[in-house]
Design a protein around this ligand. Sequence first.
Ligand code: PEP
Length: 278
Amino acid sequence: AGSGKFFVGGNWKCNGTKDSISKLVADLNSAALENDVDIVVAPPFIYIDQVKSSLVDRIDISAQNSWIGKGGAFTGEIRNRAPAYQTPLDGLRQRQIKDQLKTWLVHGAEQLIDIGCKWVILGHSERRHIIGEDDQFIGKKAAYALSQNLKVIACIGEKLDEREAGKTFDVCFQQLKGFADYVTSWENIVIAYEPVWAIGTGKVASPEQAQEVHAAIRDWLKKSVSTEVASETRIIYGGSVSGSNSADLAKKEDIDGFLVGGASLKGPEFATIVNSVT
Ligand code: PEP
């Protein structure tokens, strides 16, 4: 692990029922978790409220997606911003509450923030390759989420054929550029390197394979954004992380944590992964 605070996210994807989620929350609530780790879980949207009201505050909540702009007629999407602010105020009233309004606009009751989310996962390979989201669309979503005070877990990663064709770095850099073209600050971004061939397959990247790409990502940030962003941005690994491989991965200097899918649905195993920080 590097010098930044270790970060472990659990991506529950489209899994769970009210009952299974109660059990998972109870397991997480009773788990012994290292103090010096940022822990985030991303339940399906429809269970976020249930999780928020029952999970210990120590664990933050992430959404698994958010819409590109302020919302409106976009059936099925999740809006960041509440409609109240779209109602024009008369000039006098607007001046009277100008400062307050400014605060509301920044910290207001956006839908995701309103229900207790601090994070959103964007650019996940399942959305890139199954739903068809492209780099620009994802970059715009990230910029909008950040503007509404949601922090972003920005996912990138190559497919197996791209790795075999020697294009791993090109693909990752291209996807990183998709974020860099739209965001103005990296302060509230965690980058998740998730090779597609490792997601949900049980074929975890070796610590050396992951470290090689993490170091390349840091180098790209240094050259394309700044030295400061390169050293301060956390780069986490995702792809078949489990309680039995996380400790070895966590030893690598550029691996600042994990994004965990399948194993995050088992409370005790997720706790083991959180506690693998070195
Ligand atoms: C993920 O979906 O982000 C992921 C890494 O999944 P898994 O851990 O199941 O490979």
